[in-house]
Design a binder for this molecule. Structure first.
Ligand SMILES: *Cc1c(COP(=O)(O)O)cnc(C)c1O
Length: 360
């Protein structure tokens, strides 16, 4: 990516910093399938400690940590309850069905947020016609819910309701540290309500690869078996785990900068005629709609791209921008300047020949 590019497509696009590269070079290595890679062990210990759980397991992706969580909590013919736009249900290719014989039952939230009363009556009675309700999955922050932080009291209530009724709880915490930094409620406190938590190192934390599943010793022991079966056993995994460990040590507090940058982008969107901000960002994700008079979202995104500002069209009219470690305040201010000028050009039809690029 050239120096002039401001890449806001996702917080997954970050490349390792110089310090992280040094940590990767210096990492002691072993064979993680034999459970003796010292860097992976150190990462797992630190992740478990930061989330206040007994154990953690490093895996190649957040999809794998989520899906192995679901796999162990549920048997074939079981269902989990989740928010309708959550990642586990929508963006993991229905792996819970393909790989584990499990059904997901969506509940419609308000931009990713569910309230405790919405769960009343959702647990299916024991009856041979019905699947068994086993698990509640929540997502914090909620990606499609404009990066919103879940309301803490609602999470607490939903999880106690689940446990009182014999259900398990899993948190897709791909961006849990964004939630922790934005809310001032630490990650372990959020995690205390869940049996298992998945965290991503390759989103805002800025590591090149990997996620961790965190939970009880017994659960994580079982997760090791499944990780092998799902093809996620890696050998000298310390090479990549070193980046993740460095990220936990150095990149958590700085997430506040990304949140401030998202605020600057949101200001620019709000001030631009023809663009409609979905909601003020709690964290690092900005969603907005493009008025038809400017063209489709994909055309607007293509016009921005000509100016070196990269975003994603995530619907016919919907655009997402995500701030992260590799975008400086200066670059954000440039993006904020370009947004209204590109909107004006699109409105005047000057950009109608722009190349369309879309991903949704
Ligand atoms: C990115 C993400 C994941 C995991 O994605 P992978 O690309 O498989 O690592 C899970 N949940 C949410 C909410 C995400 O944004």
């Amino acid at each position: 990516m050239g120096a002039g590019i401001v890449d806001l497509r996702s917080d997954t696009v970050t490349r390792p910093t110089e310090g992280m590269r040094q940590a990767i070079l210096a990492a002691p290595l072993g064979d993680d399938v034999m459970n003796d890679d010292p860097t992976v062990l150190a990462l797992q210990e630190m992740a478990a400690e930061m989330l206040g759980k007994e154990a953690a397991l490093y895996m190649p992706s957040g999809t794998m940590t989520n899906q192995i969580g679901v796999r162990i909590h549920c048997k074939p013919g079981d269902e989990f309850l989740c928010e309708v736009n959550c990642h586990i249900l929508n963006y993991e290719q229905g792996a819970f069905a393909q790989l584990s014989g499990v059904v997901g039952r969506p509940v419609v939230g308000d931009r990713g947020i569910l309230q405790p009363e919405q769960f009343a009556g959702l647990i299916r009675p024991e009856n041979e016609h019905l699947v068994r309700t086993r698990l509640v999955c929540l997502e914090n922050t909620h990606n499609r819910g404009v990066g919103r932080v879940q309301p803490y009291a609602a999470v607490e209530e939903i999880c106690s309701w689940a446990h009182e009724n014999g259900l398990r709880t899993h948190l897709d915490g791909a961006r849990l540290f964004n939630a922790a930094v934005a809310s001032g409620i630490d990650a372990a406190k959020w995690a205390s309500h869940f049996d298992t938590v998945s965290i991503c190192f390759s989103k805002g934390l800025g590591a090149p690869v990997g996620s961790a599943l965190v939970g009880s010793q017994e659960f994580i022991q079982e997760a090791r078996r499944h990780r092998k079966a799902f093809g996620g056993g890696m050998r000298q995994a310390g090479v990549i785990a070193a980046g993740a460990l460095y990220a936990l040590e150095h990149h958590v507090e700085r997430l506040a900068e990304d949140h401030a940058h998202a605020g600057i982008l949101a200001d620019a969107v709000e001030a631009t005629e023809g663009l409609e901000l979905h909601a003020r960002p709690d964290t690092n994700i900005v969603f907005f709609d493009v008025d038809g008079a400017l063209g489709e979202a994909a055309e607007f995104v293509a016009a921005l791209q000509n100016e070196g500002i990269y975003m994603l069209a995530l619907g016919p009219a919907m655009v997402r921008a995500v701030t992260h470690l590799d975008v400086s305040e200066e670059q954000i201010r440039r993006a904020a300047d370009v947004i209204p000028s590109v909107a004006r050009e699109c409105a005047s039809g000057q950009r109608s020949a722009a190349l369309k690029t879309s991903t949704y």
